[in-house]
Design a protein around this ligand. Structure first.
Ligand SMILES: *Cc1c(COP(=O)(O)O)cnc(C)c1O
Length: 364
């Protein structure tokens, strides 16, 4: 930077902190690196146990592993939300330090109950908001319930810079440690939404440098998109409403009602299929793909693309069996709703899906 110039990354940190309503923000290389840094900055380390909802994406157990900790997975229900009874049962596990909660596919659990369980058991709550940037629970933004929140700017997320991650927190010490972990050297004063220098003085020689900084190129790409985010959220929700209506009209599909307190961003849509359709689902998906509809299924035995399931992460030492999660995922299908779609596309996609389902269910 030239003297007096502020970097794109620093400007992004200030602008995203303001948008999110958080005091501090760190821009880093990926959502996964933000999660790893968040865990470390929140005090998670080797030997610790981190609770995580079992319906999540590979970067989540990866970040826990990277911190030297072990994930303990918590069941989900048919609504794809974390099972609060199983969470309460596992929260008291010896060595459990944190709950890393993924608001997976944009589904937001009852956050008052989640935070109450965490508080009761002294668990640090870290929110993975990769799918909920802009979503709310009872009016409060997703990401502002836990001690730290992480966001991704990977291609499929609500801000797209190809790759990238954002970490937000109101805790000055966590913010300082996160910035040092990301590899600020002793230039932490250049960050755009950082705590005062005195907070760094206390920890700056105790925190290793992981070199996970965001570059200014990506920060510039994200800054261009941030002013359109609220409008894009409205566009996603118009699309979601159209697809929800069209899919509800297909008899073999079930779309559970979403909770009252949830204001979601409908950038993807999930539904259950009639269990009788499970054996035929690979053929249904192939038929849809042949007509250009890119459906994902979370019930397959082997992971495909982004649909890996908790039981495919074999490096996790504690082998768990989560029957409720497996049952919920066995019938779960998923479709992205990119903003290149228009609401009228819902009828076309639903016609393709209904045709494939009819063919393989053998009904009229
Ligand atoms: C995308 C994503 C992340 C972070 O992924 P990166 O590719 O590392 O940015 C984390 N959790 C979920 C649920 C995601 O979808």
């Amino acid at each position: 930077m030239a003297p007096g110039e502020t970097s794109e990354a620093a400007l992004l940190e200030a602008e995203f902190a303001a948008w999110q309503g958080a005091r501090y923000c760190l821009a880093c290389t990926s959502g996964g690196s933000a999660l790893h840094i968040a865990l470390r900055a929140a005090g998670v380390g080797p030997g610790d146990i981190v609770l995580a909802n079992a319906f999540t994406l590979a970067p989540v157990p990866g970040a826990i592993h990277n911190a030297g900790a072990t994930p303990l997975f918590v069941e989900i229900g048919a609504d794809w939300l974390i099972d609060l009874d199983d969470l309460a049962a596992k929260a008291g596990t010896a060595g459990a330090k944190a709950l890393l909660l993924s608001h997976m596919r944009g589904h937001v659990a009852d956050m008052e109950q989640v935070t109450a369980i965490c508080d009761r058991h002294g668990l640090v709550l870290i929110e993975d908001c990769a799918h909920t940037m802009g979503a709310r629970w009872n009016g409060r933004r997703s990401g502002n319930f836990g001690r730290v929140a992480c966001f991704s700017s990977q291609t499929y997320k609500h801000l797209n810079a190809g790759e990238g991650g954002l970490l937000t927190t109101d805790d000055p010490e966590i913010a300082a440690r996160a910035i040092l972990y990301s590899g600020s050297y002793m230039l932490y004063g250049r960050h755009g939404a950082a705590p005062p220098e005195a907070v760094f003085e206390a920890v700056r020689l105790d925190v290793p440098n992981f070199s996970n900084r965001m570059d200014n190129m990506r920060a510039a790409l994200i800054r261009l998109q941030l002013p359109s985010l609220e409008d894009n959220i409205r566009r996603w929700n118009v699309l979601y409403a159209a697809f929800e209506r069209a899919f509800r009209a297909i008899p073999a599909l079930v779309l559970p009602a979403r909770p009252q307190g949830e204001a979601y961003v409908g950038s993807s849509i999930q539904f259950h299929v009639d269990p009788a359709l499970i054996p035929a689902l690979p053929a249904v998906i192939a038929d849809c793909a042949a007509l250009g509809v890119d459906l994902k299924w979370f019930g397959a035995d082997a992971p495909v693309a982004f649909t890996s399931r908790y039981d495919s992460w074999r490096y996790v030492a504690s082998r768990q069996h989560l029957p409720r999660t497996l049952e919920a995922l066995s019938t779960t299908c998923d479709l992205r709703l990119p903003l290149t779609f228009v609401p009228d596309d819902a009828a076309t996609v639903a016609a393709v899906l209904a045709h494939a389902v009819r063919r393989h269910l053998g009904t009229g």
